[in-house]
Design a protein around this ligand. Structure first.
Ligand SMILES: *[C@@H]1O[C@H](CO)[C@@H](O)[C@H](O)[C@H]1NC(C)=O
Ligand SMILES: *[C@@H]1O[C@H](CO)[C@@H](O)[C@H](O)[C@H]1NC(C)=O
Ligand SMILES: *[C@@H]1O[C@H](CO)[C@@H](O)[C@H](O)[C@H]1NC(C)=O
Ligand SMILES: *[C@@H]1O[C@H](CO)[C@@H](O)[C@H](O)[C@H]1NC(C)=O
Ligand SMILES: *[C@@H]1O[C@H](CO)[C@@H](O)[C@H](O)[C@H]1NC(C)=O
Ligand SMILES: *[C@@H]1O[C@H](CO)[C@@H](O)[C@H](O)[C@H]1NC(C)=O
Ligand SMILES: *[C@@H]1O[C@H](CO)[C@@H](O)[C@H](O)[C@H]1NC(C)=O
Length: 635
């Protein structure tokens, strides 16, 4: 009762004071706008003025424009500070918005008649939240809010542009909720992505268990094949301070019985019941349902990560609960390993991220608070999940990529699969001229790059294979049982470590597509960075064995190689290697170049493998011995 009176009092105050506002003055400058109402959405009506709205002002971080310089300093092999990674405190201190950004914005809100008790700056100075109403927000932002409805009946309150005073604009990244359903950023794909994002990408084939035979590695891949192809050592030690993390999203769940079955036939170095160190995040749980949709990705990743690094421990970050109407995303994972990310640029987005607590009525629901800085990041983290760049607003995707940059500064090696659908996106969708996704498997349209594979601060792992009927020792080719993901970002500019490789690629092997297919400006991030075996990995599942194909298999394999080398570095009194790309591009001799094969997608052959870096196979397939030689030699 009392509560209710208090709230209505707040709104009375709002209405009175907003009535007293002068109209937004000429010094308001448009801050963000989009072009018309997105496809599949219809504008219904104006929003009632007294509707409550939580306005969030995301404050501009400082020094983000210096990211490249900072990364170069700690990760370039030529830098005298190589390996001197930042502490979390260094990261906060360097990037947090200025005191001035907070005080100017609060001052302006007060002048506009917002009472101070409705203004809540976050502890990390990242954003300012205002308990407001539509009428007040319309005045603050010189905008008009409308109710929109999509063709599935979902309603949303949004505006098509908004403005801020020039003096405040310089401090603000974005305000929400405002225009966040850009067609390019695909609210259309929001509905798709709820189902498609959190989905591993692989092709399963049923196989009969056969003891490890190196003469059939072109047909079925085993840990022994990988050791033989890449010269990965069999004798491995567990080194204190070394760590390797695998991320899985619900409902994917590994099954210990399946791992045991695999260990006992294909990885006899791993005793039965060896389990990963379990870090559950936001209700992370293990389902015992059968089937590749539940066990495939998790079992595949752990069978290979664990058998290649044993007795080194593998850490499992098991993310998300049983409520799939609001599933966990990378942001929920990142919050759990970096407390400074939770509120960064306004924090997670209720439209896209798992927002907790969940309602206890859903099975396996997480009814706790969202985790924030709960776990340490492992030295190497491998993730075999991805989404299309266009599936989320550019600001959302950039925020996430910036976090990968910060983890890189702190010395974390992040590996992401490059995708399994060539130049098209998840499920083979391309992009129409208006920026919306095409139907599944379209034979036309713009290429649809994957994220996080396209983020410049991670290492993107593509797919290779031994040639058809080939044997260990043959030069690998681009994977051909599926089309490994690769191409060029529509969001991220060309990072300096890749400049020479991209210049050579265009000078000697211009792929010949024009700008209606992809951003061919030569000024954007190209991916993948490396290619690793990815076909027919025998995996324990449902009490038997199946073979899984996809870059999902490649990333944990490459992660195992880096983990073994980190172990050697730590034993030698050095630290883990951190962000790899500046080293990899400076040392092409690490790789067996892949020059045969191509991808597919959007009615094209995608990109072809050529001499040097290319979007079908990156720099090529890493040779463990040469990779180790380079990485060990660094400080
Ligand atoms: C905003 O309003 C909600 C209730 O609508 C209340 O729980 C919260 O404490 C308020 N926050 C501020 C900063 O006034
Ligand atoms: C390990 O577990 C598997 C699967 O349950 C079983 O077939 C095998 O006999 C076990 N091996 C040992 C040594 O216990
Ligand atoms: C590996 O994990 C097990 C189980 O959590 C633990 O007992 C062991 O100490 C760990 N080993 C290392 C080297 O961290
Ligand atoms: C994280 O690492 C620090 C430093 O090594 C250690 O003190 C702390 O206990 C670790 N935290 C967790 C949750 O493992
Ligand atoms: C691979 O071997 C099979 C069986 O011997 C044969 O039928 C097929 O033609 C071979 N393919 C190539 C590309 O050599
Ligand atoms: C291509 O990328 C460059 C560099 O980021 C950018 O300046 C340009 O606008 C992009 N072209 C298109 C058509 O988006
Ligand atoms: C790209 O090429 C296609 C056919 O090759 C052509 O129809 C189209 O107009 C070209 N687009 C641009 C932007 O040059």
């Amino acid at each position: 009762m009392r509560m209710r009176r208090e709230i209505s009092l707040i709104f009375t105050v709002v209405l009175c004071s907003s009535a007293a506002f002068s109209l937004p003055t000429a010094d308001h400058v448009v801050h963000e706008k989009r072009d018309g109402t997105p496809e599949h959405w219809m504008k219904l009506s104006r929003t009632t003025g007294n509707t409550p709205i939580d306005l969030r002002f995301a404050l501009k971080q400082r020094n983000l424009e210096r990211a490249e310089e900072y990364i170069r300093d700690v990760s370039h092999p030529g830098s005298k500070h190589f390996g001197r990674f930042w502490t979390p405190q260094d990261v906060i201190k360097t990037f947090a918005p200025s005191e001035e950004a907070v005080s100017d914005t609060v001052q302006w809100l007060l002048q506009m008649g917002v009472t101070s008790k409705r203004i809540a700056p976050s502890a990390g100075r990242n954003w300012i939240k205002v308990n407001s109403t539509i009428a007040e927000a319309e005045k603050l932002l010189d905008t008009i809010y409308n109710v929109y409805q999509d063709d599935e009946g979902t309603a949303l309150v949004a505006c098509e542009s908004y403005a801020l005073p020039a003096s405040i604009r310089q401090h603000i990244d974005f305000v929400s909720p405002t225009i966040q359903f850009d067609p390019r950023t695909g609210i259309t794909s929001r509905r798709i992505s709820k189902r498609e994002t959190i989905k591993p990408k692989f092709k399963a084939v049923q196989v009969e268990p056969e003891p490890t035979a190196l003469d059939s590695c072109s047909e079925l891949t085993t840990p022994a094949c990988l050791r033989a192809i890449y010269e990965i050592p069999e004798e491995v030690e567990s080194v204190e301070g070394n760590s390797y993390g695998i991320v899985e999203f619900a409902p994917q769940s590994y099954n210990q019985g399946d791992l045991n079955g695999f260990f006992s036939v294909y990885a006899k170095n791993v005793p039965n019941d060896t389990a990963p160190i379990y870090n559950g995040i936001d209700g992370g749980y293990l389902s015992d349902e059968l089937g590749s949709g539940t066990r495939g990705e998790s079992n595949l990743d752990l069978c290979y990560a664990m058998s290649l690094v044993h007795p080194q421990n593998v850490t499992l970050y098991q993310v998300g609960d049983g409520d799939f109407s609001n599933p966990a995303t990378n942001n929920n994972f990142l919050d759990a390993i970096d407390g400074s990310y939770c509120a960064f640029e306004g924090g997670d987005n209720p439209d896209w991220d798992g927002i907790y607590p969940h309602d206890a009525s859903t099975p396996n629901a997480y009814t706790g608070e969202p985790m924030c800085g709960t776990y340490n990041a492992t030295n190497v983290i491998s993730v075999s999940y991805g989404r299309n760049e266009i599936d989320r607003p550019r600001s959302y995707t950039t925020r996430e990529c910036t976090e990968y940059m910060k983890l890189a500064l702190m010395g974390v090696t992040l590996l992401f699969s490059s995708g399994d659908t060539g130049v098209s996106g998840i499920s083979g969708r391309c992009v129409k001229d208006n920026g919306a996704p095409t139907p599944v498997g379209a034979e036309y349209g713009r290429f649809n790059p994957l994220f996080p594979a396209s983020c410049p601060w991670i290492t993107s792992v593509g797919g290779s294979a031994l040639p058809v009927n080939g044997s260990v020792g043959d030069q690998e080719v681009v994977a051909y049982e599926f089309a490994p993901g690769g191409g060029f970002s529509n969001i991220f500019p060309l990072p300096d470590y890749q400049t020479a490789a991209i210049a050579t690629y265009y000078a000697e092997h211009d792929p010949g597509y024009n700008s209606s297919r992809y951003n061919n400006s030569q000024a954007v991030r190209g991916f993948p960075d490396v290619a690793v075996a990815s076909q027919s990995f025998i995996t324990g599942i449902d009490g038997g064995f199946q073979a899984f194909t996809g870059t999902s298999a490649a990333a944990p394999t490459f992660g195992a190689m880096i983990t073994l080398i980190n172990g050697e570095r730590i034993k030698a009194g050095k630290g883990p290697v951190g962000f790899l790309n500046p080293v990899l591009y400076a040392h092409p001799e690490i790789f067996d170049d892949i020059t045969e094969g191509h991808q597919a997608g959007c009615g094209t052959e995608g990109f072809h493998a050529v001499k040097g870096w290319d979007p079908a196979s990156g720099l090529g397939a890493p040779n463990f011995a040469r990779l180790k030689k380079v990485l060990i030699s660094l400080p």
